[in-house]
Design a protein around this ligand. Sequence first.
Ligand code: TRP
Length: 332
Amino acid sequence: MNRIFSGIQPTGNLHLGNYLGAIRNWVKLQRDFECIFCIVDLHAITVPQEPAALRKATREVTAAYIACGIDPDACTIFNQSTVRAHAELAWTLGCLTPLGWLNRMTQFKEKAGKQRDEAGLGLYAYPVLMAADILAYKATHVPVGEDQKQHLELARDIAGAFNRRYGVEFFPLPEPQIFGTATRVMSLRDGTRKMSKSEPSEQSRINLTDDADAIAQKIRRAKTDPHSLPDSVKGLEGRAEAENLMGIYAALTDKSIEAVVAEFAGAQFSTFKGALADVAVAVLSPITAEMNRLMADPGAIDAVLRRGAERAGAMADGYLREIYEIVGFLRP
Ligand code: TRP
């Protein structure tokens, strides 16, 4: 049996990178796998969140999942804090996780910065909670981007540590689900940095809530270099902005990068940007419209999440009972 688990944090500003790098690929998976897609609100609070904004962002990610094509009848969509097993299992797994493993995590080092002693325990334990997310459902495959590979590797190590400690073969070791088609979308202001929801400049990213004018304007103002477009893929080397914009075009049109380079060989950036704006608007407008429609009816979104929480909770509670039995907790 193959089961997918993945999640996105409800921290605002869902953007083109989330769509092309993650959600769009999940849509394809739902036909072939049992899929569980989470809105990881417990992870969100590892850094400070405004309560009202957190609630709104949770509904927004849910709306985005559905608007992008994830079918809430075929998949389980829920927010993490509604299923107790995540936090509970994280405790049990944390007791098996050597500090040395956590000390290697590069994301913690980046997020904690120089003020290591000011960082919260939750931020440090973040990867253990992520392992609990995956293992609470015995997920076998986890679609993640490059930046989460180290955390997934740790989840595999923790699963192995549990199995070894208790002499069981309880947890399958979750595999990363890599997509040939996933696009690493970079900032429109700097082609060497990932498009990110935490980047202060709004001009750096195309949000899934942007209207057609905003999309076209951001693409028009995107950073470029002074040359015309190359006539071979090799000609993109060392031209991060050209590579990023052409990669986005390829992803949005489902064409290969070779085909896109051939189509615009020798063209000026201005010509290409016009074409890119057109396809971006064509693909994103229906998604934005559907998100807006869904966000206008929070009750319906909450109903999807309630149904998802029931399904996810039933599954995870069953496994948690078995885990507690293995660990030796008395159920008096
Ligand atoms: N850490 C992931 C991110 O920031 C989100 C996440 C939380 C996740 N739990 C997960 C992803 C479990 C995959 C599986 O992108």
